[in-house]
Design a protein around this ligand. Structure first.
Ligand SMILES: NC(=O)c1ccc[n+]([C@@H]2O[C@H](COP(=O)([O-])OP(=O)(O)OC[C@H]3O[C@@H](n4cnc5c(N)ncnc54)[C@H](O)[C@@H]3O)[C@@H](O)[C@H]2O)c1
Ligand SMILES: [Zn+2]
Length: 352
């Protein structure tokens, strides 16, 4: 659920879905988040939970961290009846969910996501896991949380850049499946970016509804769930080509959506007017860092996306507004044209 003031009333809310709190309650968080929000978080606890820390940054989303945390849970007396609460962004959520999936062969857990991205995307759908040196999210498990409490108050301390990046997943949700959300984000961009509670709540609730709906229909990503990858084929390529350092995930997805929209316009699955409307919306929630990349490098990185089964380059293309489909026959020439358009826009963005 989403709303304000969920964190300070957490135990009561957890008891509604779990029953009485068990003897050992673990909280996985990161030091900066805990420094900002520990008082609010602890407000509803009578017995303090056991707090486990994961340092911020993708480089800590590893099996090494997982082993350390599992050991700490065992030493602290964790058992099969224990409960884990993941209190942080997507990294804490993915690692926390994975701990809960494998500790004692699985314990229940609760997500309390603190970034916009985690609230609308990573806490929904049950995917948990960590990275390997060979790539992101290569190890993991499907393990659904008992509940997700997305408190918009905690977004108050989120840096603006993180907010704008996370909002790209909501723009994506609107484009592929929810016209009403799309229109709302067009008409209320000022309120959303100013973090007006009503506007945030509306966008978050609609985004969660979209993702949860798609995941329910296709839990293991065999068909429909693939549309959630709109903007991600080129987006992942950009993250890879920039060494996962320069762009936030949502920023890479924004440019990936621009490339995919161009492709869709060329193929006629959206009209030129729809293209202009959708691209405007992506830019409305910018700006984002400029890209200085060569077309060939991006195109090459696009070929290696892990979501491409058997080496097929798979693209999600919008079909009009609020619908999308998957194509696998994008030619190298089409891809290059789309990347070229996107890179030209990305250079313009730098000058404005
Ligand atoms: N499981 C899934 O389905 C799924 C989907 C999308 C993304 N992900 C994963 O999510 C991760 C990215 O998540 P993210 O974008 O939330 O990044 P993140 O977890 O790295 O958080 C971003 C930054 O914001 C800080 N932060 C978090 N909440 C804050 C707050 N309330 N106030 C101030 N600072 C705060 C964090 O300390 C961090 O520095 C990636 O590892 C990605 O693979 C998973
Ligand atoms: Zn994404």
């Amino acid at each position: 659920m989403t709303g304000s003031g969920l964190v300070e009333t957490l135990t009561r809310r957890i008891e509604r879905v779990h029953g009485k709190l068990p003897r050992r309650v673990f909280v996985l968080t990161s030091p900066p988040i805990w420094a900002l929000w520990n008082e609010t978080f602890l407000a509803s606890f009578t017995e303090p939970p056991i707090v486990l820390f994961l340092a911020p940054g993708e480089e800590h989303k590893t099996l090494k961290s997982v082993e350390r945390l599992l050991r700490q849970m065992a030493v602290a007396g964790g058992d099969r009846g224990s409960l884990l609460i993941a209190f942080g962004g997507g990294i804490v959520g993915d690692v926390g969910g994975f701990l809960a999936a494998i500790f004692m062969r699985g314990i229940p857990y609760i997500q309390v996501p603190t970034t916009f991205l985690a609230q609308v995307d990573s806490s929904v759908g049950g995917k948990t896991g960590v990275n390997l040196p060979a790539g992101k999210n290569l190890v993991g498990s499907f393990h659904h949380p008992l509940a997700v409490f997305a408190d918009i108050n905690v977004l108050g301390t989120l840096p603006d850049r993180e907010l704008r990046a996370g909002l790209m997943e909501s723009v994506k949700a609107g484009i592929i499946r929810d016209r009403a959300l799309l229109r709302y984000m067009e008409e209320h961009a000022d309120q959303v970016l100013a973090r007006e509670p009503k506007a945030l709540e509306k966008v978050i609730a609609a985004s969660i509804r979209m993702k949860a709906g798609v995941v329910n229909l296709d839990e293991r990503e065999s068909g429909l769930r693939m549309i959630l990858n709109f903007g991600h084929t080129v987006g992942h390529a950009l993250e890879q080509a920039t060494g996962y350092k320069k762009l936030l995930h949502g920023e890479a997805v924004a440019w990936g959506m621009v490339a995919a929209l161009f492709l869709a316009r060329q193929r006629g699955t959206i009209s030129p007017a729809q293209f202009a409307r959708l691209e405007n919306l992506v830019h409305r929630y910018g700006p984002r860092p400029a890209l200085k990349l060569r077309k060939a490098k991006v195109a090459a990185a696009t070929g290696g996306d892990k979501k491409n089964v058997g080496g097929v380059r798979r693209f999600v293309l919008p079909l009009g507004i609020g619908d999308a489909g998957v194509v696998e026959d994008v030619t190298p020439a089409e891809l290059e044209a789309a990347v070229e358009y996107m890179l030209a826009r990305a250079t313009q963005e730098e000058r404005t």
